[in-house]
Design a protein around this ligand. Structure first.
Ligand SMILES: NC(=O)c1ccc[n+]([C@@H]2O[C@H](COP(=O)([O-])OP(=O)(O)OC[C@H]3O[C@@H](n4cnc5c(N)ncnc54)[C@H](OP(=O)(O)O)[C@@H]3O)[C@@H](O)[C@H]2O)c1
Length: 225
């Protein structure tokens, strides 16, 4: 099994790397700025690739990937400015909106455009890591303009990908990892990286139980758009 994960240098992405290596998969771990934790992993099935999802130059690394990709996990993400100070109605800026959107929504789209032929060749799966903060129905607290807007847009992009790639037997879901103890939550989440990753991996394994483009939480619950 060949798996590629973006944003794999730390947090949930690094957890996915460890999970799929433990399953015996060949893993391409893509990092942006720091591969030091990845380099500590001693496993011949691991290939470390520098890939910034907003930088088209990074994608020349695609050539070193295998011809077939069974699973692509678009995990790289950016919260953007601090919730209290930077993303309220009065403080959010166009620059923040656009830069967070570029990482969280356009980034996965760029990656899929580059790799879709390899996923099609394997009749593989694509998991786009969104967030429950990207559910319109579940938004009762407002704010977080950049992060929420980028993640709801990723859910829509996932649905279109699911429709467009279904004729090639490629399955696509948007996933919510839970509130996870990582740098993004200042390690104040409710669940560990391992719990989040094993829950999402179960969903990916059983992807055919969900209709294409469904938005699913790590615990298997379907999240309303
Ligand atoms: N933690 C949670 O509770 C939670 C909840 C809902 C959704 N999520 C989503 O889950 C995913 C992983 O989050 P996390 O908690 O593991 O966050 P994290 O600890 O902040 O890690 C984010 C990862 O994304 C990478 N990244 C950021 N911008 C990138 C870019 N332009 N190109 C490539 N990689 C980039 C970071 O690389 P650098 O090391 O170079 O910065 C880092 O590896 C994100 O999409 C996040 O939105 C997390």
């Amino acid at each position: 099994m060949n798996v590629l994960i973006t944003g794999a240098g730390r947090g949930i992405g690094l957890g996915f790397v460890q999970y799929y290596l433990n399953q015996g998969a060949n893993v391409w771990a893509c990092y942006r700025s720091d591969a030091s934790l990845l380099r500590k992993i001693d496993n011949d099935n691991l290939t470390i690739v520098r890939w910034d999802v907003v930088d088209d130059q990074s994608t020349k690394n695609v050539d070193i990937l295998s011809a077939e990709l069974d699973l692509l996990i678009n995990n790289a993400g950016d919260y953007g400015p601090n919730k209290q100070q930077g993303q309220c109605l009065d403080s959010i800026t166009p620059e923040s909106m656009l830069s967070v959107f570029d990482v969280n929504c356009v980034g996965p789209l760029r990656v899929v455009q580059k790799l879709k032929d390899k996923v099609i060749a394997a009749k593989g799966k694509i998991a786009n890591i969104s967030s429950k903060m990207g559910s319109i129905e579940e938004n009762s607290s407002g704010g977080c303009y950049a992060y929420r807007a980028s993640k709801v847009a990723l859910v829509m992009v996932s649905k279109s990908m699911a429709v467009d790639l279904a004729p090639f037997e490629v399955r696509v879901l948007a996933l919510h990892p839970g509130w996870v103890k990582t740098d993004m939550t200042s390690h104040n989440g409710l669940i560990s990286v391992d719990e989040s990753v094993s829950g999402m991996a179960d969903i990916i394994e059983n992807i055919d139980q969900y209709s294409p483009g469904t938005f699913v939480s790590f615990d298997g619950k379907v999240i309303p758009y």
